[in-house]
Design a protein around this ligand. Structure first.
Ligand code: ADP
Ligand code: MG
Length: 702
């Protein structure tokens, strides 16, 4: 291939450079103005824009266009319309109007709405999001859009995300004004999300209905080798994986996604990709596209990409580290400590806002990452615990303590740190990045939120972060705007807030049992699973937070809560049915065959007068596990029979957690016992060893 990376990058995106080149100057300027001011584009201008967009898309081979949106399913949705427009006389034109660009009306009745939209009112509409570039994928011009019900309620993740970004911008600008920064017009939350994933061989995957239907293995005995040798992390890439990563990078670059780092992760078969950070909105769209591309390109290489949080028990699961900061249009990162006393004071105030927000809304942050899949990962001693806390690193912790106690900090020359007058000691990035056990870590100039599940849309967590930080900044601005002595009040505010919220700061080992006890002593919340976490969504505190900042209204919160609950129990329901099916059709039968062979051998050996002690004891074990498994299967089938289910979503979710999941776990124990006993010639499924170490050898031709 002769194309260079800069030529490739963004080649399938109708980006700023392309618009500048193709649009009349006045249209281009009007477009930039709408983005800057957040106003709608007049229809005549939209017509010019859509025309240019279509011409560009046709050059890229597009035949169709679609409003590309993110319903509450967690993945993206698209319905393609061709540009084709038949004309009288039997010929056809390719057309795309401004109206088609700005608004679409997909039938919304089959997307989750949590009761927001009765099915008789099936119409929803999609509205163009001009802040995220259109792109061509699958010969289709994809236009990023928000998805709403006809009454205006959000049916997607983009709408509340954009609202939360606005809320954060509003409060950030208020605070910046107090520091005399009147010329800052925009403040944007920036996100870089590191994506973890597994790759397995496609032929083996096809033999595991549990992977196909649920994305995770529902059983599998521990292989002789797992991740204990630590020989996979950052290891050299296997040729098949390397070929996949190379093609993935190129496809992502074409879509303007700045894929930057790629490496092997801790577990065998596990990998990571991280892009360069960008605006939260773009980042979210790009992460959705990245996940889609990972799946698609894996299949071109005869592999399957698993995005589930815990595809294999006993080895590390996959997460998505959400790196978050705020940038201004002046190019400042508000979480960079800076060199002058005033920059330091600003930094400390923004830092304090995050600390205060995280402590106030621990539960909301927890529930934003709560799903059936992530329940298997959080708190499993390889991922952050369910307890929310912040890691600051020793140096910043010293600064915070010196502010709280008015004592000298590490830089011993100063008696104590006077905010706004002194310069902070240098905070080294490497000193802030060592703790991997914390759910939220300050890493030099950004916060890294580590609890997000690998399959989740990052919209959820960022909606929460943006809103709670906006809320804290708003409170700070209320107080500081009234102050006659700004510096004095700033000093007091930071000290009071840090003192009140210091319990959320924890630099120690988040995986230890001591921390669970210590956190309880500190009064931190510990919502161990999704069913404990989700009810915290529908509280007066949360309603008023979201209503005040116009991110969700009460109806939307309740609808989103219903969707999350439904998603939770439906996930476990599908897992249970899959497990029952695999046990009933294959495992019991295979175990029967195995016992049959053993029994025959025992009879033959007895005929010869030989000892059969070993075979008899093995047979007895297999028979015992099989009987137990059979009786558990009966129980699971009864438990998942819909007639038995409670009527409301929360009770159903609790029921699945307390009844169904434990039964599945018990079955797994028996299955894994049988699997370790039964030879592979009889065992019907690929084992963990097969799946995790399946990618040796050269890439297969495709
Ligand atoms: P690590 O694995 O050490 O955490 P990576 O390089 O894998 O680091 O990922 C770091 C992520 O953080 C990248 O996506 C990067 O672009 C992003 N990032 C860096 N600076 C910022 C920032 N100021 N705001 C948001 N994200 C950032
Ligand atoms: Mg990383």
């Amino acid at each position: 291939m002769t194309t260079t990376i800069p030529e490739l990058f963004g080649s399938m995106v109708f980006n700023d450079a392309e618009m500048k080149k193709r649009l009349p100057k006045d249209v281009y300027r009007a477009f930039l103005k709408t983005i800057d001011e957040g106003t709608p584009l007049p229809l005549d201008l939209a017509n010019v824009l859509s025309h240019a967009m279509k011409d560009w898309a046709l050059e890229k081979g597009a035949t169709h266009f679609t409003h590309w949106f993110q319903p509450m399913t967690g993945i993206t949705a698209e319905k393609h319309d061709s540009f084709l427009s038949p004309e009288p006389g039997g010929y056809a034109l390719m057309t795309f109007s401004g109206k088609e660009l700005v608004k679409g009306e997909p039938d919304a009745s089959s997307f989750p709405s949590g009761g927001l939209r009765a099915t008789f009112e099936a119409r929803g509409y999609t509205a163009w999001d001009p802040t995220s570039y259109a792109f061509v994928k699958d010969d289709t011009l994809c236009i990023p859009t928000a998805f709403c019900s006809y009454s205006g309620e959000s049916l997607d993740k983009k709408t509340p995300l954009l609202r939360s970004m606005q809320a954060l911008e509003k409060q950030t600008l208020r605070v910046l004004k107090l520091f005399g920064e009147n010329d800052v017009r925009h403040a944007t939350p920036m996100v870089g999300s590191e994506q973890e994933y597994f790759l397995v061989d496609e032929a083996l995957y096809q033999k595991r209905p549990d992977l196909i239907y649920t994305g995770r293995t529902l059983f599998g005995a521990k292989p002789p080798k797992g991740q204990e040798m630590d020989d996979h992390y950052f290891g050299s890439l296997k040729p098949r994986v390397s070929a996949f990563m190379k093609e993935l990078d190129q496809e992502l670059w074409k879509l303007g996604i700045a894929a930057k780092t790629r490496h092997n992760e801790v577990a065998p078969g596990q990998h990571e990709l991280a892009p360069v950070f960008s605006s939260t909105n773009t980042s979210t769209d790009h992460n959705q596209l990245t996940m889609e591309m990972m799946k698609r390109i894996a299949s071109r290489h005869h592999m399957v990409c698993l995005l589930h949080e815990k595809p294999f028990a006993g080895v590390n699961g996959s997460g998505k580290h959400n790196n978050w900061s705020i940038s201004t249009d002046k190019g400042d990162n508000l979480f960079a400590p800076g060199a002058s006393p005033s920059q330091n004071a600003r930094f400390l105030l923004f830092l304090t806002a995050v600390i205060s927000a995280v402590d106030d809304y621990q539960d909301l942050l927890r529930l934003a990452v709560a799903t059936a899949g992530n329940d298997h990962r959080l708190g499993a001693n390889e991922a952050p615990p369910a307890i929310v806390s912040i890691f600051l690193g020793d140096e910043l912790m010293d600064v915070v303590n010196s502010i709280i106690q008015r004592t000298s900090y590490q830089d011993r020359e100063k008696a104590f740190l006077s905010i706004g007058a002194d310069v902070l000691p240098t905070i080294r990035k490497d000193a802030t990045d060592r703790n991997r056990t914390s759910p939220i870590a300050f890493t030099g100039n950004k916060f890294e939120f580590r609890s997000v599940g690998s399959s989740a849309s990052i919209a959820g967590i960022n909606i929460v972060i943006n809103t709670i930080v906006a809320d804290a900044l708003g409170r700070f601005a209320d107080r500081l705007e009234k102050a006659s002595d700004f510096s004095g009040e700033l000093d007091n505010l930071i000290r009071e807030e840090l003192t009140a919220h210091q319990r959320i700061l924890f630099n120690g080992n988040g995986y230890s049992d001591d921390w669970v006890r210590e956190a309880e002593r500190r009064g931190l919340s510990n919502l161990v699973s999704t069913v404990e976490a989700l009810p915290q969504f529908v509280t007066e505190k949360v309603f008023s937070l979201f209503e005040q900042h116009q991110v969700y209204n009460r109806t939307e919160v309740i609808a989103h809560y219903e969707i999350l609950l439904e998603n939770y129990y439906k996930t476990i329901h599908i897992e249970a049915l899959t497990l029952a099916d695999m046990v009933e059709k294959e495992i019991l039968f295979a175990s029967g065959n195995y016992q049959d062979q053993l029994a025959q051998r025992i009879m033959h050996k007895k005929d010869l007068g030989l000892s059969t002690a070993a075979e008899e004891s093995t047979l007895a074990q297999a028979a015992e596990s099989t009987n137990e498994l059979y009786s558990l299967l009966g129980r699971l089938k009864e438990e998942t029979a819909t007639a038995e289910l409670p009527s409301d979503s929360l009770s159903t979710a609790v029921y699945y957690r307390q009844q169904v999941l434990p039964c599945m776990e018990k079955m797994r124990t028996e299955i894994d016992r049988l699997e370790s006993q039964i030879p592979s010639s009889i065992w019907p499924y690929p084992t963990y060893g097969d799946l995790l170490f399946s990618l040796e050898g050269e890439p297969r031709r495709h």
